[in-house]
Design a protein. Sequence first.
Length: 489
Amino acid sequence: MTLLSLLIFTPIGIATLMVLLRAQGQLLRTLTLVSMLTVGALTLWMIMEYVTLGQTTLLYKAPWITRYGIYYHIGYDAFSLSIMALIALITTVTYFLLLNRSNRGMLVGLLLAQGGATGALFSFDLILFYLFWEVMLLPIFFMIALYGTGHRVRVAMVLLLYTIFGSIAMLFGILLLGVAHYELMGYYSFDALEIAELVTSLGVPWWYYALFLVAFFVKIPVLGLHGWLLRSYLHAPAVVLVILSALMAKLGVYALFRFVMMLFGEWVEASSAYMLMLGLVGMLYFGIVAITRQRIRALFAYASASHMSLIVVGLFTLTLYGHAGALYLIISHALATAGLFLILEHMAQSTSTDRIDAFGGIIHHTPRLGILLGFFTLALIGIPSSSTFVAELLIIMGAFSYSTWAGVATATTLILSMLFLLGWIGRTLYGTTTPEALKLVDLPLSHTVLLSILALFIVLLGLYPHPILNALEPTLIESLHTFVEVAHE
């Protein structure tokens, strides 16, 4: 597990070194590049090792604060490796695209967020998970406060308040589980796998479940806990947008799948109909609100939230199809939103507005920009041959497996929530050419190549979903098997 620890601590260590050395210029760029390439190489190595060994889960556990049952317990399976590959790819592409507009603070924040997300992704000790979770979140606050636009400090404070609210809820829930384990077994433990085996004996009340839900629903975000969403997306720098949409939200779903489904099976089953309804209402609400927005960032903020609600629907169908679709949509959605927000940042450098009605006919003046903007928008919608289409189809199948009403409602809501994006992209690409569209500068070749890499993965995962889905199958079956055991004991 030395490789796994290197993967976690390389970006954190290099970020710390950059601060201590007050790195600037070429040294700053070199250190960041070394971190990105190291993480990418280690990720590929681990994927090859995983495929070679043919194991479903690899775990490593070392003592840390043993008096209170806290261990350095890390591990990975096909799902966490898939997310890790996503993190490595998106952060590297983001670095190269925003290199000329990034300073030390932004690059340090990007590396810390990457390291924190990686640590949270591989943690099986709940205290360890919590610590890495906070490492991921803190740089986001500082980057918005220091490098955002408009009332950036106020925006950062709103995000911080929501973050603290969710973090306190999660920490409280974790401590309660540790105490419950102590009362039953005579010693503390925050090992998620160990607690899951004893969850029925622990007699966990419903509000333990609610505490974890709140913590992860804030990050996704789910309807009712999305108050930070609009301001953050409007005023955050591009680096933070990518972290929020492509990393933080996906880690929220990952934690929901990895911990909530495993620890609270009885309450998950009891609340599944309500959670499905919450997801469906969220999809429709965010879609309707997106139609009323006048700024492109706001449009995609709510469009992204609508699709995240679809992921929640997939998870709470409690079916193999639904879970497979939800996990696949995490990957697809991250690739599409990362591409979109990086393109929007390029557009913002050329014009003084991001009003929706300010752009029309851009494909005639900036063809590379127009083609990629159109592709990523359609990929977010879920056109056939895209990975999003595969994920959405699986979620709809899972919803029908849950019940007919859930399937019909999911399919109908999904179609309605996609229509507004189709109308917008048609006007933006092929409408009457506007003065603001003429100000746009086409994507340079280097940016086109980097964004095309993201687009290529979307197409490949859409045309050949079986390798990823087959790799995820043992994790999905194990999760559902654990859930069924917990829910019916």
